[in-house]
Design a protein around this ligand. Structure first.
Ligand SMILES: Nc1ncnc2c1ncn2[C@@H]1O[C@H](COP(=O)(O)OP(=O)(O)OP(=O)(O)O)[C@@H](O)[C@H]1O
Ligand SMILES: [Mg+2]
Length: 266
């Protein structure tokens, strides 16, 4: 059965079983992301964001439940799903000895493009992520922001319908972060659905039409940034709209005292 959604998760669970026992990292996540959306997936450290992304992108098995990407069943047709998606993971693995252009051309060749087409595609993507000037330098000499942008470009070589970005701006300075935001907008305007995990509430506010907040493996809020703010405003009878940070704190039960007591990565 085909799905009307670009990404659909139906009661998805992930249980890790190891020497130290079991971890229920994802406990029944259901999502429906429409074609053309930029969808944000937020949550504190360890909430289950990367685990969910890994399951949706065929990189990890689904313990229970079902996921469809581009209408294809992730467990039943992983190869089909891989052809339709691009993935830029939290830890990018780029060969420091290659140049940016070499990497993109190689990716294109691996996806079956001719030499000419791979070169043209690389040039187009380098332009999209504003890396033309650095294209023929070795990746080892790139800044963190440049590596992120190249990784973004490499996830787009085969023109995926859905792009999964796991924490694409973590560790970037404010200017590089804004550049990545522009690129995500441009990619989305070209018709690609974007599934974006982020730690940064402002990033979600700026980029995402809709978002979900996950905590302890469960979705605790879902909606547009403005709807989530209005809901909190009405519930707490506030004079003005709260920020998305306040929505996040309310949803995850995290306040300053609790954050100070926990070991929190910033
Ligand atoms: N391979 C694994 N084996 C065992 N437990 C794991 C594994 N990967 C993740 N976990 C656990 O699953 C939970 C969710 O981790 P996950 O990486 O999905 O969180 P996250 O929301 O992406 O966090 P962050 O914001 O830090 O990136 C955590 O408790 C984590 O320790
Ligand atoms: Mg993560």
């Amino acid at each position: 059965m085909s799905s009307m959604y670009a990404v659909e998760a139906i009661d998805v669970h992930k249980r890790f079983t190891g020497k130290d026992g079991e971890v229920d990292a994802v406990r029944g996540v259901s999502l429906g992301i429409e074609r053309g959306e930029v969808f944000g997936f937020l949550g504190p450290n360890g909430a289950g964001k990367s685990t969910t992304v890994r399951m949706l992108t065929t990189l990890m098995t689904i313990t229970a439940g079902r996921a469809l990407v581009g209408g294809l069943d992730v467990a039943g047709d992983p190869h089909g799903v891989r052809r339709r998606i691009g993935v830029a993971l939290q830890e990018a693995g780029l060969d420091p000895r290659q140049t940016g252009r070499e990497l993109l051309v190689l990716q294109g060749r691996l996806f079956g493009l001719s030499k000419t087409d791979a070169a043209a595609r690389a040039a187009d993507l380098l332009d999209l992520v504003e890396m033309v000037d650095a294209a023929d330098r070795r990746i080892g000499g790139y800044s963190g922001g440049m590596k992120r942008r190249l990784d973004l470009a490499s996830a787009l070589v085969h023109q995926p319908d859905v792009l999964f970005l796991d924490a694409p701006t973590t560790g970037l300075d404010p200017a590089s972060r804004l550049t990545v935001w522009d690129e995500v907008r441009r990619i989305n305007e070209r018709g690609t659905t974007v599934f974006l995990t982020t730690q940064y509430l402002e990033e979600a506010d700026q980029l995402c039409g809709r978002l979900a907040i996950i905590d302890g493996g469960r979705i605790v809020r879902e909606g547009s940034p403005s709807a989530l703010k209005s809901e909190l405003r009405a519930r707490l009878a506030l004079d003005a709209d709260p920020t998305l940070d306040e929505v996040f704190m309310d949803a995850t039960g995290r306040n300053r005292a609790r954050v100070a007591g926990d070991v929190q990565e910033v």
